[in-house]
Every structure is written in C-alpha cells, then in structure tokens.
Design a protein. Sequence first.
Length: 325
Amino acid sequence: MEPVAVVVRNVQNGDSLPAVTGDNLAFDADFGSNVFNNSQDNIVIYDPTADEFIQSYYNGDNLDDPVNGNGYNGFSSTATRVGSGEDMGNDTDGLSIQRTASGFTGSETPTPGTANVCFTNGTRILTERGFVPVERLRAGDLVQTLDAGPQPLRWIFARRVNSAQMMQDAKLRPIKVELQRTDLGGSEAPLTVSRQHRILVEGKIAQRMFGTDQVLLPAKDLLESDVATLCSAHQSVIYFHLLFDAHHILNANGIAVESLFIGAQSTAVLSDAAREELEILFPTDEPGFALPQMRPARAFVSGRKARKLVERHQKNARALTVPFF
C-alpha cells in the first residue's frame, strides 16, 4: 500500500497527532497562525531524498511556486515538482478533503460503505456538554454512551448523497424513526438514519424471543411498524459515521442507537482511502490491515427475526420501548 499523509489543524491546542507507522506522515498545519484556513491554500509535500515535491490546491487558489515564489522560506532551491499539481476543489467545514485512486473527493470524506451505520445531518448527539449537531462533532469530543459514560470520538466520516443517487438506488434513502423522549433534552425532530443503522429495542417480547431484553435492530426492519417511514428521495442528505474504540450505544435525538461497528463484514466494504486512514489511526505491528475487532454492544437481530419481533409488538399493541440515558 502506498504511504499516506494526513494534514490536520490546531493539534497544538491540547490534542495529539494520530500515531503513524512506516512511511506514513501526520503533521499539524498551524491554524492559529493562519497557515491553513478556509480561504485559498496549497499543500506541498517534499521528499528531501529525491529533492522532489507533490502539490495540491483548493478553494480556487492558484498553484504556488515553492522554489522561486514567496512564502516558502527555506524551501529547496533545486527541487522539482512531480506532476502538474492537482485541484482538490472546495472544502466544507467539518469535512476533510481526501485523495482516492480516482482523484480528490472534493468536500466529502470517504464512506465506509453503504452497509454501515450513519446519521443524517441535523441529528443531535448527546455529549458531555449536552446535545450537539452531528455535523459539529470533531475527533476527540467526549460523547455520552449508555454503558461506559463519556467516550472520545476517534473518527468521523461524512458523505453527501444527492437526489439523483437516491432515485437510482433506494437503499441510499434515509429512514425516519419516531421514538424520541423529549424530556431528556433531545430534539423533537424525528431521527433519520441510514437503513442499516441499528436501533436499541427492549421488552418482554425480545426476552422471550432471544433470551435478552435488549437487542439492536436495523432501521429498515422497523419500516412495517408505525414508528418508521422511508424518507423522500427528493432532498439530498449528508450521512455521518461515528467511530469509537469500541461499539457503543449513543443517544441521538433522544433515541438509543449504535455507533459504527467494525467487524469482518464492515471491514471488507471499506474504501481504499478509508482503510488507509484507519490504518494510521489504529496502527498495528501485524503485517497488512488489521483493525481491532469490536464486540457488539448488544445482540444483533435482523431480517425475518427482527421483522417478527416488530410484528409481535404491533399485534399485541406494545410500544417498541427503548432505554434512554
């Protein structure tokens, strides 16, 4: 696998750079000194051994001349550029610009795959400082979990899905779930998530069917109930994925739901760029790619068995109750 370079900002304000291995790079662009910001910028990576550099620019900037131009004091006067420089497009606050094999992703980060769980923009996540819109969360934020209290967010993805994409593939359409308890400070708005995002359900019916009173059901398996509906494909959404060191139960809009689960199947559908970044964030001494395998926070139930659980709740006029915190 090719080496990976990660550029982040403001690490000096109490955070730390991700650990890296081999020839991978991770460094801080000092946002406090206005080196790296929302206006026009170039990013230059220099190889002193070959006296060569690669270069990219975004937000409509012109390609700089690091060798002879201004602002590059101390740069090699003999270095040569590899390639002609690449336009990364425009950035969006809270999202990173990343390069894949086919070019830069613009204002979106790679998604771990449509089979994984994600929240839509506007979802309010319970943190140590209260409910925060998911699009304002950053790596390192302490998010409240049901079982382990506040836990640091390790990784956040974002992916925009437009109307045309949803019209072409209905599996990209979000599902609206209405189970919230507003007395806990959650949003009165229904929760919208991807179809595979699991919701925590509890009750005597779950205990009789599965031997445990709490199980995690994909949102898609709630569609035949009166608490979930498929959203329209006429408005684009941004999906956000939240990854922690372990699988956790979070409070989203007052509903108990899961964080991103990394297992054998989800690892298999990761994009190359996502796998490369995760390898930096979760370094391993073992050869090849090896994320720590997570244990499910609760038993997973899906497909026919999940739909049967929902059907029995509906038939017996029992609410799909969920634990809140």
